[in-house]
Ligand binder design. Sequence first.
Ligand code: ATP
Ligand code: MG
Length: 412
Amino acid sequence: MRQSQLFTRTRRDAPSDEAAKNAQLLIRAGFVKKEMAGVYSYLPLGLRVLKNIERVVREEMDAIGGHELRMATLHPSEPWKKTGAWDAVDVLFKIMSRTEKEYALGQSEEEIVTPIAAEYVQSYKDLPVALYQIGQKYRDELRAKSGIMRGREFGMKDMYSFHATQEDFDRFYQIVKDAYLRIYSRCGLSAKATEASGGSFSEKISYEFMVLTDAGEDDIVYCEACDWCANVEVTKLAAGAACPKCGGALKSAKAVEAGNVFDLGQKYPKAFDFTYKDQDGKDQYPIVGCYGLGTTRLMGTIVEVMADEKGIAWPEEVAPFSAHLVSLGKPGDDASAFADALYADFEAAGVSVLYDDRDARAGEKFADSDLIGIPWRVVAGRDAAQGMVELVSRATGSVEKLSREELIARFT
Ligand code: ATP
Ligand code: MG
């Protein structure tokens, strides 16, 4: 796409009420617009990134046998009242219609997915099954100061699995855990899975996926020698203590919860009287697992972890474009004709490219390019007469000189 045609422009300043680095940069670069605290619109560049994150998540969930669906987000109040969550869940947005009927906005979808599963799961032969969706969630969060990492409206992938036995849930949890870790690593992040928490002192057993960043709202202790990790809220161990798994010294850090898995047991099937026939023809309640992963929080986390003083640095899988072609030519000159030809090459090869064809100063173009954060910058200008371009890595700043053919070969 030609940058002269891009709907958005970069801006020098972020709104003064925006404290979080992720939102400041995303607003300045034209990826999102803040509507109010905790609510953002995703502009064309931001939507490209979000769709890429969703694609990665979808590929990994499909690969482990998840069935994608799209559940309603405007919910009847009855199922929420049935499980007690209508009164118990503090973040639930409740709506009153003009005919005084009550509704809830989806903050998680156990109340909707359980009756759906109950309709089709009748026998042990129908188990296990995992249903997932990617879409909007609504939560009446008290504090929304972390930019897109804590929204009142936000994107989430939520999956729900149904099992005949606890062992089968445990088996599936390991599969999902590996898929989650693949998602984070494809997004350029390294995540740690916490040990199971809850259980004996809460009704739920949960596992959390943590990405280390000072922008996170959670405190964790972790072991650098092995993969042991726990949330400070649940563990009695502190930094300096011996790792319970390998004996190494534990360290503490700030982290963001990038995903969460709950072992919900039989709570929801019992609330909705959802049973299946086991091998002996007896009615049994299935065991339910719930797996959340915040897609917009993931986008914010990527910005927090990878940005530098010049702007955002997207990893290749989620970047809005694969390359940023920057022409240093003036309309009508040779350098500009060369850049046009490179743009045509990229288009013909099916490589997504943002082409800065604007009549602007080189310094301004480079500053914009650093802010927007496309992983590879192709500079067409200085060596255009020799048919050479510069390929610059946004993450490392490394520069290579390549011919036109070598350049296209790099991206295909
Ligand atoms: P937190 O402790 O951060 O509030 P949570 O335990 O409430 O998270 P879950 O209910 O398990 O989160 O939601 C699943 C995932 O959705 C979380 O791991 C996180 O990635 C994301 N998430 C939760 N709340 C928000 C929010 N307000 N804004 C953006 N993403 C969120
Ligand atoms: Mg929460």
